[in-house]
Design a protein around this ligand. Structure first.
Ligand code: NAD
Ligand code: ZN
Length: 349
């Protein structure tokens, strides 16, 4: 299965379960970490033919998604005489694809890169769309670039070794896309048999990836640099970023925070008469089917509100909220009065 990401320049394809052989007449840098290499390097190596395969393994974890790691990678690439024709392959989850894409975008002013995502979250979200970057002390993903891969290869075989929590939590991003754009896809997700999902059934996983990437492809094609429409993909994220920040990125996986953020956005939508309680319940049941959390106890509502302004998507003192008008249709609102926001946050105290 192939999905086109159509852009004004540098369009590319996302291939789902179609990675047979990759042939390059150049050097290839493979960026990954020890866990993923231990589990899957052998399989991948058999599929790659190139002049030379240079493997760079970085430390595992979000805390290493920073400029120090970028510098280490760049140094290894220079020391190994990687040239401008070489290709970088990011082989891992969103951390690896975000750093790899960023490194590729700045190494000698840019070399080609390919994503081979190994987490469900990276398949459905992080590896597609060209947002790359790293974190710093001021926040997440604050340093980066828009830089599109040459191709993305999602292989459900690599997802078999993910633990249940990593696998299931990614469904928050999938549910996010369905709720914002496609009620039929939401119905499909509601009907997923959890046992089949946890058995990592190839057909089911590739269907989930296909539908999610198709949605993302449409959005990114229309708004590559996130001027408007693409902001809808941040449904749940305005709240999630505050939760992640307040819990020091330790308590929740990103997608878990997104799940709570979806519920918070829905409560706000309820206070604005956009969503009904029954719809919110229906959504929560679906999130909870994948063992996702929907509640975070806000220690201090005013502090939580102030934290919205740390987000890089908050422009000119206006907070952008992505809210559901109904299931399958999200809208952007930047004119909600503070009292309504505070009132809706009270449900989380
Ligand atoms: N660029 C974007 O558009 C975008 C979108 C969403 C998220 N992101 C970023 O993605 C990151 C989160 O991505 P993630 O959830 O994939 O986390 P991750 O990359 O940290 O991977 C999660 C964990 O799973 C391990 N792992 C990866 N593949 C495995 C496999 N096949 N088997 C066993 N273990 C495996 C990793 O080593 C890691 O410990 C965040 O940094 C987030 O900011 C980026
Ligand atoms: Zn996200």
């Amino acid at each position: 299965m192939q999905i086109d990401i159509k852009l004004k320049q540098n369009s590319y394809k996302v291939f789902i379960n179609e990675l047979e052989k990759l042939n390059f007449d150049t050097k290839v840098v493979l960026l990954s970490n020890a866990r993923i290499l231990n589990l899957h390097l052998k399989t991948l190596k058999n599929k790659i033919k190139c002049k030379e395969l240079f493997i760079i393994s970085i430390e595992e974890g979000e805390e290493y998604k920073n400029l120090q790691t970028v510098e280490k990678i760049l140094n290894q690439m220079f020391a190994h005489h990687i040239d401008r024709k070489s290709i970088l392959i990011s082989f891992g989850g969103g951390v690896i694809s975000d750093i790899g894409g960023f490194v590729a975008s700045i190494y000698q002013r840019g070399i080609s890169f390919i994503n081979i995502p190994t987490t469900l979250l990276a398949c459905v979200d992080a590896s597609v769309g060209g947002k790359t970057g790293v974190n710093n002390q001021f926040g997440k993903n604050l340093i980066g670039s828009f830089y599109q891969p040459k191709a993305v290869y999602c292989q459900s075989e690599f997802l078999k070794t993910l633990n249940d929590k990593e696998l299931s939590s990614a469904m928050a991003e999938v549910i996010k896309m369905a709720l914002s754009f496609d009620i039929r896809f939401f119905k499909f997700i509601q009907n997923i048999d959890k046992k089949l999902f946890l058995s990592r059934d190839d057909e089911l996983l590739s269907n989930i990836i296909q539908k999610s990437v198709e949605i993302k492809a449409k959005i990114v094609s229309k708004d590559e640099k996130e001027n408007h429409l693409r902001m809808i993909l941040n449904y749940g994220h305005t709240f999630a970023h505050v939760i992640e920040n307040q819990t020091f990125y330790k308590k929740y996986l990103h997608a878990e925070a997104v799940s709570i953020g979806i519920h918070m956005a829905n409560i706000l939508a309820y206070h604005l008469n956009l969503l009904q309680k029954t719809q919110i319940q229906e959504i929560n049941q679906t999130l909870q089917k994948f063992d996702l959390p929907i509640f975070y106890k806000i220690p201090n509502i005013n502090a939580f509100y102030q934290n919205f302004f740390l987000d890089k998507k908050t422009k000119q003192e206006k907070i952008n909220f992505i809210l559901l008008k109904k299931i399958g249709k999200a809208i952007i609102k930047d004119d909600i009065d503070k009292n309504t926001i505070l009132k809706s946050l009270e449900s989380f105290t």
